[in-house]
Design a protein around this ligand. Sequence first.
Ligand code: FES
Ligand code: FES
Length: 155
Amino acid sequence: MMKKLNFVVNNRKYSIEVDPRKTLLDVLREDLKLTGTKKGCGSGECGACTVVIDGQNVNSCMVFALDMEGKEVITIEGLAPKSGEIHPIQQAFVDHGAIQCGFCSPGMIMSTSAILEKHEKPTEEQIREGISGNLCRCTGYVKIVDAIQSLAENK
Ligand code: FES
Ligand code: FES
């Protein structure tokens, strides 16, 4: 039986009927068509599905959508200040070559957003800890850390 879910995604209020067995990830991708959040492992291992919930980075494949009642979720689609623009975090990733295949990038960028919300000028250790749940098989992480450090320096 479908259940009612009231929550906010990217500053927009939703009141929708959802299958109670569905994860937040599947509701974002399938019901709300927000496919920027990627499905990798589906079991909490890769971080490709990372979104920010009430300021905290969370693997959206590991939470039931219904648990989002009353919460605020930000996905990669909600990061840019205006439609057609990209967010400074996205620009820093581009400028530092921190994106190769791009599959990890939405999740990595959402974790970066949570890091910068928690720490005004994060240390390298805080950055590495903050992205420790996000796997990237292409970049070797150095360019990603460089990109995040450049944002901290420019604050
Ligand atoms: S898809 Fe959620 S952690 Fe891999
Ligand atoms: S850029 Fe390919 S997995 Fe990170």
